[in-house]
Design a protein around this ligand. Sequence first.
Ligand code: PGA
Ligand code: ZN
Length: 422
Amino acid sequence: MVFIDDIFADEVLDSRGNPTVRATVILSDKTEASAIVPSGASTGKKEALELRDKDERYMGKGVLKACENVAKIADVLIGTDPFNQAEIDALIKDLDGTDNYSNLGANAALSVSMAVARASSKSLDIPLYKYLGGSNALTLPTPMFNIINGGSHANNSVDFQEYMIMPLNFDDFENALRACAEIYHNLKNILHTRGHSTSLGDEGGFAPNLKSNEEPIEIIIEAIKKSGYEPGVDITIALDVASSEFYDEKKGYRLAGENRTLSSFELVQYYEKLCSKYPIVSIEDGLSEDDWDGWKILTERLGGKVQLVGDDLFVTNKNILKQGIEQKIANAILIKPNQIGTVSETMQTVRLAQRNNYKCVMSHRSGESEDAFIADFAVALNTGQIKTGAMARGERTAKYNRLLEIERRIIFGEYLGKHLFK
Ligand code: PGA
Ligand code: ZN
């Protein structure tokens, strides 16, 4: 019988140059696999804890304590069966003993959880998506490509965090990716010609200083047309407003770039206007994680027409999602494994969402690495959608390139595209 022989961790760097945890698992059959955890910048308040050293190294962001905690996890897992992911994750959770991994750190927990899954798939010589999802892992996710960055992911005047394009009218992932890469290049040319900066934000999208939060949509529509695609038919728009970042419970929503402050209701009306003017199919964190009353109005008014994704709102947490389902808040959830802590708990949240017809969007973090685990994970769980940045920068393309590889290998694979929102 194969068992876990060794587990250790290293402090490595993420795409922003901050330390993060890489765990390595070695099985008794000599299979070795590693996994690197990502890190967010606009984090939800109720996310599982990301343990940082808070000392003089790396401006307090070192993860040596989390690496030490991986050694504690190793003490419990060495000798156990790596192929029982649920049991592995339950052992990690028990060892931590808290709701939000405030003991071990979710970075320690998730790195091991992912590395065990990867080592197991390697040992069995089964691709990771198939190991995690079985023979039913067949859906190539439709991407949300983040091509203009604002908010806390960029140093510009745009308040909304992410302007994304979704390729719907395509039969496969490969051609969807190509179309969006063409649009990305045309967008760069348009920005350059108009004298805007073409420097990049944290997720690989451009970060120009524009006059309003609407202007990025206008320019993206131009880029779509210039590339020979039809906005609203071939390519649609998705936004991640990340509005918790500019919400004040007393004052409301502060759009600094436009020098105005809106109430929840006014912001909902603004979205209604944007949705009637542009082919917007999805809005993430349209209202703050602390504004459930506002979310109710947003869902009532727009939920029938537009995908409303809860990120900071649900933090991949099944208990919070359950409250959302009961209160009819949002109709989709962003899935970020490091918000909750282990592979199995992520799966639980996805199952709850799918049972209740909430759409799932597998997601990277703004601080990423070359680890493409979420590409396999999206296929494994048939989330149907993935958000992993622009089609530039290695830590983002790692995921898209992995999806190309998976698409080539899967027989009977499906790219939902135009059927996604029907
Ligand atoms: P984060 O942003 O990784 O910085 O939290 C991503 C998002 O808000 O979706
Ligand atoms: Zn978000």
